[in-house]
Ligand binder design. Sequence first.
Ligand SMILES: [Zn+2]
Length: 425
Amino acid sequence: MKVVIMAGGKGTRITSVASDIPKPMIKIDDKPVLEHEIECLRKQGFKDIIITVSHFGSIIMDYFGDGKKFGVNIKYFNEKEPLGNAGALFKIKDELTEDFLLLNADAIFDIDFNRFVDFHKKKGGLVTLFTHPNSHPYDSGLIITDSNDSVLKWLSKEDDRPLNYKNLVNAGLHVISPKILEKNIDTPKIDLDRQLLKPLAGTGLMYSYKSSEYVKDMGTPDRFYAVSKDFKEGRVKAKNLGNKQKAIFLDRDGTINKSVGFLTNINDFVLEDGAAEAIKKINNSGYLAIVITNQPVIARGEVSLDELDEIHNKMERLLGAEGAYLDAIYYCPHHPDKGFVGERIEYKIVCDCRKPKPGMILNAAKDYNIDLEKSWMIGDFKNDVLCGKNAGCKTALINQELKNDVDADIIGLNLLECVNKILGE
Ligand SMILES: [Zn+2]
């Protein structure tokens, strides 16, 4: 599969770090960002690369040449007049006869490209967007999907947004079919997002690939320094899903949000004090933050799947407002005992996922390549601790009253205390 890297941006916001070189040539750990990206691609078998350049393009071309020195083949499209960020794609259309990767060189990333491409093929759309949660969804553009990951809406940060929403943001990496270049566009400049991709929202032809891997823009000095630190400390590479991950699994009710018994009314969903701060610490630690929750309210017929989704959107929105995010949410909708008024009989089964069974954690481990021995389960009930143990994780309990009945590795007053102890703070 060919890879097109867009390296033509001007990079004005970062001139205080480096003013005389193009953004992709800024060094992190003594190598240009673009070289890290090319290395990541080469290791995974992606060696056919086209780089589109404009601003200071000769610096990039002089450094990388034909790519041989870096173990890849590189061709260039040098944009003499500004064509917009997608104009070059139309100029190199003849080279793009099959689906290709389109990457933005302004970000630092280290991702499992084959996993991304496999997802694209499985879904069969024209475009797959690489998406992820971030620490500031409230002022980011949002991707809204259905339960099959099809993109329904792509909101810019200025657009009206729903009251509650998932923390899902476009990262600037894509798998694209050349079919989208058959479109006739007669403007002198062509904008990728606005003119080519956004019109595909709601058509069923564009999918969102949500990943926990490291992709961060380094477009401002602050972000550049944060990314450099993450790189030096190994967090950029470690999060590639080709590598074993570690996770902190979190119970929901009584751990993240205040316990109200069976939560059926979205208005009763209120975060526990310190929960967002705790999850933010997990986000910055290199552990994944994954919710593991029993929701028998579905089987009981008290909450529909759509209502549960909305409750989870509220959880994501409230956490996002404080700079925290979840990498994934797993829930068990089942309950084993039949015979209640209003119940949904299809969920009244003995399943493998209801805690204390480890099914949800085992599924997450498969989906995110997680080493369970290096992972933790935190919750406020005996079943949370048992579930963690059954999955082979270390465990933390938030419940002083149960501390003599439950054999957890750590006991804390609340989520924040448990997370501090796990992270050694
Ligand atoms: Zn279940």
